[in-house]
Design a protein around this ligand. Structure first.
Ligand code: FA5
Ligand code: MG
Length: 344
């Protein structure tokens, strides 16, 4: 009986001293396991008399139940403690500054393109596109520039084959649209896109750049309509305080032809290296569609007339954002591109 008492007391003490669930489990094995202390008490039974056996057995059972109950109770306590410890360990400091995800930006040229599209769509224009690898037919011949025409030198061209080339202007899209219209009027659209020329790169020239062509063909379209449209465009894009001027010019596909300049954004018109000391930066070419062009595309030039213009998008972006070198658009320096991040 003393032995039972001893096992029970030692067991209760061992349970009490446990400070974590692993220790408690070890105590359970030591006392209640197959080779544990309680089981070894049972082994003592064989030396007892018939009358003593049931009494002894009962006492061992009580001891076993006491220890089991104590173990369960302790287990509950330790479980709660373990959870508490875990919560403390895994505590999140919500006041720590987080990591800002890097968000891509819309390229400034794309922003200009979208802005211009909105502007012209608002005036009733639709948007057309065409291939960058173009046929000589649409880039030159239909634009009133037959082979060996001296004005072909105005746009130094990347030829792929004698008949195919990288388009030198979005006027090529115009020619495709005119042909596809099969003489149907009116036509009123803009054609944005990349164009390529063997130009030497400098602050305002690139061998690859973007243009947006505008084309309106209908009855009684005049130079006054062109002027009004371009003035509206220039004031919307650059503000009322920027001066624009029309300069007589020459394009084989328009007659008369003009070039439109805007006062330089760097010097305000006084003259600086960016504007080559003229105070002006050329942003577009324009004119009244040449009758030959209309006729070649199947329109009766006596019944209809039209105007067209070709805007250089880099020039527009440079003027609008005060960018002094066109090469910034193509070197993809993120420090430059980040200036146009709408989310910062
Ligand atoms: C043309 O390309 C004509 N197709 C424009 C046109 C369309 C005239 C319809 C009449 C009717 P030009 O070569 O001048 O014209 O180019 C038009 C505009 O593109 C220029 O005003 C300028 O803003 C831009 N541009 C021309 N060359 C470059 C270049 N190398 N780098 C950047 N922009 C350029
Ligand atoms: Mg020019």
């Amino acid at each position: 009986m003393e032995k039972i008492q001893e096992v029970q007391q030692d067991g209760l003490k061992a349970i009490e001293e446990c400070s974590n669930l692993e220790q408690l489990n070890q105590v359970r094995i030591d006392y209640l396991g197959k080779k544990g202390h309680v089981q070894s008490l049972m082994a003592l039974m064989k030396d007892l008399s018939k009358e003593e056996k049931p009494v002894f057995g009962q006492k061992v059972n009580v001891c076993k139940q006491t220890l089991t109950a104590a173990l369960e109770q302790k287990q509950e306590v330790l479980k709660v403690e373990a959870l508490k410890n875990q919560l403390v360990k895994e505590k999140i400091d919500i006041t720590l500054p987080g990591y800002k995800p890097v968000v891509g930006t819309v390229h400034p040229l794309m922003m200009i393109q979208q802005e211009l599209e909105d502007l012209f769509v608002g005036m009733g224009y639709s948007v057309a596109e065409g291939p960058e690898i173009e046929l000589d037919l649409y880039n030159f011949e239909r634009a009133n520039l037959p082979k060996d025409h001296p004005a072909r030198d105005m746009q130094d061209t990347f030829y792929i084959t004698p008949q195919t080339l990288l388009r030198t202007h979005t006027t090529a899209i115009q020619m495709r649209v005119l042909e596809a219209s099969k003489g149907q009027l009116p036509i009123k659209l803009i054609c944005p896109g990349k164009v390529y020329r063997r130009d030497d790169d400098d602050a305002t020239h690139s061998h690859q750049f973007m243009q947006m062509e505008g084309l309106v063909v209908g009855e009684n379209i005049t130079l006054a309509d062109l002027k009004g449209t371009l003035k509206f465009f220039a004031q919307k894009m650059f503000g009322e305080d920027r001066e624009i001027r029309f300069r007589p010019s020459y394009f084989p596909f328009t007659e008369p032809s003009v070039e439109v300049d805007v006062t330089c954004h760097m010097c305000g018109g006084k003259g600086c290296p960016v504007c080559k000391h003229t105070g002006w930066i050329e942003i577009l070419g324009a004119g009244m569609v040449h009758p030959n062009v209309l006729e070649m595309s199947g329109f009766d030039s006596k019944k209809c007339s039209g105007f067209a213009f070709g805007i250089g998008l880099e020039r527009v972006a440079m003027l609008k954002y005060g960018i002094d070198d066109i090469r910034n658009f193509y070197t993809n320096d993120v420090r430059f591109l980040k200036n146009f991040n709408r989310f910062d």
